[in-house]
Design a protein around this ligand. Structure first.
Ligand code: GAL
Length: 451
């Protein structure tokens, strides 16, 4: 099988075929091409689907329980906007919001795993596109949604490369609501100018020089939160130091984690962390951003959901009260992740869950959700006028065919769940002991053990 088979470039949207993938996902690209020739009959009603699990509960149409981790400021506004559009179209359906707090699903994922294991799935749950979802597909946890894609004509609406991230053996298992960007450096312009710094750094080496200046000025150069935010920072230091090609090779086994290049990048990460407030790390990403807003810290690396927090929740003005640029060394690169919703096997309210999924994939739903969530729509036909400030720039860059796309580690795209969990453990030790060689060899070993 030709694993590098070209995936057609979708009109009006970027080509995701370059997204960094491990071998299994590269295989999926080829399978995705094959899938295009497999005719799947359109199905207008859920009752024709052999996986109907509505269990006679009023035909599963009267309520829907949706599981996510969008509870905090800057997160729940987007969800609420989509729920309200859903309710306006489905007045007879009770919406049960089963969101569990904790950025990046830090609490939600474990609770969800327990529910799936005990045969008590919600009717739809949030999963990242990429290898995180692929694990669920392979484990038989989610139902094939190809019939909904045919019914709603989504195959022409979402970029092919994104659909490939949701597909195994030509069957599509999830509905994407957005595209987020991981590689963003937020900064407080007033803190920079007070320290005599003219602008954000273009390289991590320049960041380290600035960090020393900021430290001498009594500022935290970069604020940090819990483990997942440390991993989020790690992926973006690696991206900036290694470049997009080698960054992708970290995840597909081609680049040796114990090589000089990678350990050099890890040394840089260690130095960056030494200028952070890790000894008094914030409990989540919002309080880490608060330190930037308060002027205690100059920088924070976070995804674009932080823009929704700063501009929406905190009512700050982009380019005036705060700035956002690509993380050092990653200009022209979009380190992407995508939130998607599934139909779990055993969902009790399948008919209502399908309505929710239709909402998630709809133009109205995405244009209600994304401007508030701080993401750009997964659909190619969004109403551009709705995306303002930072998001207008983000949408233009996402849709620019010269933008290079890679996938996020911390948000489920490039590493399967087993490897990601091993990286979490190793990283927890690394931020404590700073042993680069030990961290690199442990990540290398766990890749081999989990692939
Ligand atoms: C990501 C998720 C985003 C945002 C972020 C912070 O994993 O994809 O939508 O919620 O976590 O919680």
């Amino acid at each position: 099988m030709n694993v590098d088979a070209a995936v057609p470039v979708p009109a009006g949207g970027p080509n995701l075929r370059e997204v960094g993938m491990r071998r299994s996902l590269r295989r999926v690209f080829a399978l995705g091409v094959a899938a295009a020739v497999v005719a799947v009959p359109a199905c207008s009603s859920s009752s024709n689907n052999s996986n109907d699990n509505s269990g006679g509960n009023n035909n599963g149409a009267s309520k829907v329980e949706v599981f996510s981790w969008w509870t905090g400021p800057g997160e729940e506004d987007g969800l609420n906007a989509m729920i309200s559009d859903f309710k306006s179209k489905n007045s007879g359906v009770e919406f049960i919001n089963a969101a569990v707090s904790g950025g990046a699903g830090s609490n939600a994922k474990a609770i969800l795993a327990g529910r799936l294991q005990s045969g008590d799935p919600p009717d739809s749950y949030q999963r990242h596109a990429g290898l995180e979802l692929q694990d669920d597909i392979k484990a038989g946890k989610v139902q094939d949604l190809t019939y909904l894609y045919d019914q709603e004509k989504w195959k022409d609406i979402f970029p092919q490369g994104l659909i490939d991230n949701l597909t195994i053996d030509g069957k599509i298992y999830s509905v994407p609501v957005n595209i987020h960007r991981s590689n963003l450096l937020y900064y407080n312009p007033a803190v920079l100018s007070a320290a005599g710094i003219s602008g954000p750094p273009k390289t991590w080496a320049e960041f380290l020089t600035q960090a020393e200046t900021l430290k001498n000025a009594g500022k935290t150069a970069i604020s940090i939160g819990p483990g997942w935010t440390q991993k989020h920072l790690l992926e973006n230091v690696l991206l900036g130091e290694l470049g997009a090609d080698e960054y992708e090779d970290l995840w597909n086994g081609k680049l040796d984690w114990t090589s000089g290049e990678v350990t050099g990048a890890l040394e840089t990460y260690k130095k960056v962390l030494s200028y952070s407030d890790i000894s008094s790390a914030s409990a989540d990403w919002q309080p880490a951003l608060d330190k930037l807003i308060d002027g205690a810290a100059a920088y924070n690396v976070m995804g674009d959901w932080a823009d929704a927090y700063l501009s929406g929740t905190k009512k700050l003005t982009y380019k005036q009260d705060y700035g956002v640029v690509p993380t050092p060394g990653s200009e022209g690169v979009y380190n992407f992740l995508s939130d998607t919703f599934t139909l779990p096997v055993g969902a009790k309210n399948k008919a209502a869950a399908e309505k929710w999924l239709i909402e998630c994939g709809s133009k109205a739903g995405q244009d209600a959700f994304n401007p508030k969530k701080g993401s750009v729509p997964a659909r190619k036909d969004a109403d551009k006028a709705l995306y303002k400030g930072y998001l207008a720039d983000a949408l233009a860059e996402w849709q620019d065919s010269s933008t290079r796309i890679v996938g996020s580690l911390a948000h489920g795209v490039v590493a399967n769940n087993a490897w990601n969990a091993e990286i979490d453990t190793a990283l927890g030790l690394f931020v404590g002991d700073g042993d680069v060689a030990k961290f690199a060899s442990s990540v290398k070993k766990s890749y081999e053990a989990t692939k």
